[in-house]
Design a binder for this molecule. Structure first.
Ligand code: SF4
Length: 588
């Protein structure tokens, strides 16, 4: 069965189904959201205006039987935060249910009458537009709970008050298997785009849907076996391996050792309280608090069929759920970067972000910038939690904080602003890990570690071991990782399969074979980089047409003149090296 596009026009509101056009057949996930935004959104439109579109697309293999860790959903639009093209993907329940309805993508366009808020119920019978007034103003914990009472076991995509206020740091929440709002397409303010469409939430039910067709069962099964074996063999992704036992926060101690854990608004690469917020400590606390029973676990998957299970359920002192999940970026952003080493406070702040609908990376960086500007002292955990809670209240201060790092830096007179293309940097210091700095500077997404995770060879020793402090070869390295990532983001697989597929050849082959099996297209491992580059080219061209120039591919100025302890290093990659990363776009 040919997949369909579901196009929803909120100015009606109404909807229609369209056959998947031939030109988009080779895309899914990020590739498809970027292709649609590239073709259908004028790069000059205002991101919050009626002509921006929100595109939602599951990956190629999402929803297929037992493809491991493959439930990602891509969300794409012109970003209110960066002003460029954006793709942000999330785990949770939505990808599999959309795919099993036979949908390649949902395109949401137009804006409703002012003040109208809708709940969209998407099922095999079409789209129902319900009045969302009872949900407006509510945090995502309450929204998810209320919607499962009426629509149990469905996928819920929603926005918190931050999205309703159309703040640039508003993310899109997807519920997990326990119906909690911890899975976010957080980056780039896409929750604000959903807010402009007047959509508080979407309920997706795959009940009675056609499911996902497999064009070539044999190739799919061979690929699935190879990829599954590779995941189960690799030290980082196997059962009780690094990610399963300690979650992504296993990186706190590793990055601290490497001198690349950004601390106190990127003023140091080491944090004296790192051990207190590490993955090891998170696991210990959960074990201690749940020794006699309780909800806590480090062996948690964010969607059915994840075999890596890097997620956790962090609990309070009674063993009751506090937040899921407490991951590396979050523990760092709301922890080390703010000088805070109290896990319980970090968990409460994470919960506040999940409820209000904020990206934790941008939120943590924003608090750190406010601290740098003297509004709070670094380490003031009570003050940080109170500041975050201003967002949900919608106070003028909360609205500034909810706009993210650059708006807050202006409000508090701060010149040390760790952003690229207006989006704040994640948890790897670019002066101490040069390749990831090249990715931050050049990816069309704005500073984003997931866009080209060179940490694999620079820190984790995956696919070889490179010196993180060296500039040599980092432009080429970043481009290769950016292209491979654009492909992986299109498969629907979790990015963490990158570790086994880079180290174990059958994993790389298996990933490509599962895609070939589902689509029937002759895709092999050799197509990963070329197809990835095709996606990057559309994204890059969109940004150029939106007005981005080489000057937007630069790290912040202070990194060029401030030395970062403990290695006392500055940003030394030249502008020529940065400009070489995307030179091919106008040559190939
Ligand atoms: S590895 Fe972690 S983030 Fe990836 S799908 Fe599994 S639980 Fe979700």
């Amino acid at each position: 069965m040919t997949k369909q596009i579901l196009r929803i026009d909120m100015s009606g509101p109404n909807y229609r189904y369209e056959p998947m056009p031939e030109k988009w057949q080779k895309f899914a996930g990020r590739g498809l959201t970027s292709a649609i935004v590239f073709e259908e959104v004028d790069p000059g439109v205002h991101p919050l205006g009626p002509h921006n579109k929100l595109v939602i697309a599951p990956g190629w293999v999402t929803g297929s039987p037992a493809a491991p860790s493959s439930g990602r959903t891509s969300f794409g639009a012109k970003s209110p935060l960066t002003g460029g093209i954006k793709e942000s993907n999330a785990g949770g329940l939505s990808g599999q249910q959309i795919a099993k309805l036979g949908l390649a993508a949902i395109i949401i366009e137009g804006t409703p009458a002012k003040g109208k808020w809708y709940l969209l119920v998407v099922s095999k019978d079409g789209v129902k537009f319900e009045d969302a007034a009872p949900l407006v103003g509510k945090g995502m914990y309450e929204v998810d709970e209320a919607l499962w009472e009426k629509y149990p076991k469905t996928a819920v995509i929603g926005i918190g008050p931050a999205g309703e206020m159309k703040l640039s740091n508003a993310g899109i929440s997807v519920n997990d298997m326990e119906n909690r709002p911890g899975r976010y397409a957080g980056r780039g303010g896409l929750g604000a785009v959903m807010g402009t469409k007047g959509i508080k939430a979407m309920v997706i039910s795959d009940k009675g849907g056609p499911g996902v067709d497999i064009a070539d069962q044999e190739t799919f099964k061979i690929g699935r076996r190879k990829l599954t074996e590779a995941i189960q063999e690799h030290a980082l992704t196997k059962k009780d391996g690094g990610l399963n036992a300690y979650g992504t926060a296993i990186l706190i101690n590793i990055m601290n050792e490497a001198g690349g854990l950004p601390t106190r608004n990127f003023s140091s690469g080491q944090f004296e309280g790192a051990a207190n917020i590490s993955g090891e400590r998170i696991a210990e606390v959960i074990q201690e608090r749940c020794a006699g029973g309780g909800e806590g676990t480090t062996d948690h998957g964010c969607h059915p069929g994840c075999i890596i299970k890097c997620s956790s359920i962090y609990v309070d002192e009674h063993g009751d759920h506090l937040v899921s999940c407490l991951e590396y970026e979050t523990a760092w952003a709301l922890g080390a970067n703010c000088g805070i080493d109290d896990l319980d406070y970090i968990a409460q702040m994470t919960r506040e972000c999940n409820d209000a609908g904020l990206d934790t990376i941008e939120a943590g960086n924003t608090i750190a910038v406010a601290m740098d500007g003297g509004y709070l002292q670094f380490g003031d955990k009570e003050g940080a939690l109170a500041l975050l809670s201003e967002v949900q209240k919608g106070t003028p201060l909360g609205r500034i904080i909810g706009q993210g790092v650059e708006a807050t830096a202006k409000a508090f007179g701060v010149h040390r602003v760790p952003t690229v293309k207006h989006q704040s940097m994640p948890a790897y210091e670019p002066r101490a890990v040069k390749g990831i700095g090249v990715t931050y500077a050049t990816t069309p997404m704005g500073a984003d570690h997931t866009a080209g995770y060179t940490i694999a060879p620079e820190i984790a020793g995956v696919s070889g071991k490179l010196d993180p402090l060296s500039d040599e070869g980092k432009a080429e390295l970043s481009l290769t990782f950016q292209a491979a990532t654009a492909f992986i983001d299109s498969t629907g697989y979790c990015l963490f399969i990158a570790f086994p597929i880079l180290d174990i050849a059958k994993g790389w082959e298996g990933m490509a074979e599962t895609v070939a099996g589902v689509t029937g297209l002759p895709i092999t491992g050799g197509d990963v980089i070329p197809l990835g580059k095709e996606i990057l080219k559309m994204e890059r061209l969109f940004n150029e047409r939106a007005g981005f120039t080489a000057a937007d591919d630069r790290p912040p100025e202070f990194m060029r003149y401030e030395e970062l302890p403990p290695h006392n290093v500055k940003w030394t990659i030249t502008d020529e090296q940065l400009d070489s990363v995307y030179a091919w776009v106008h040559e190939e």
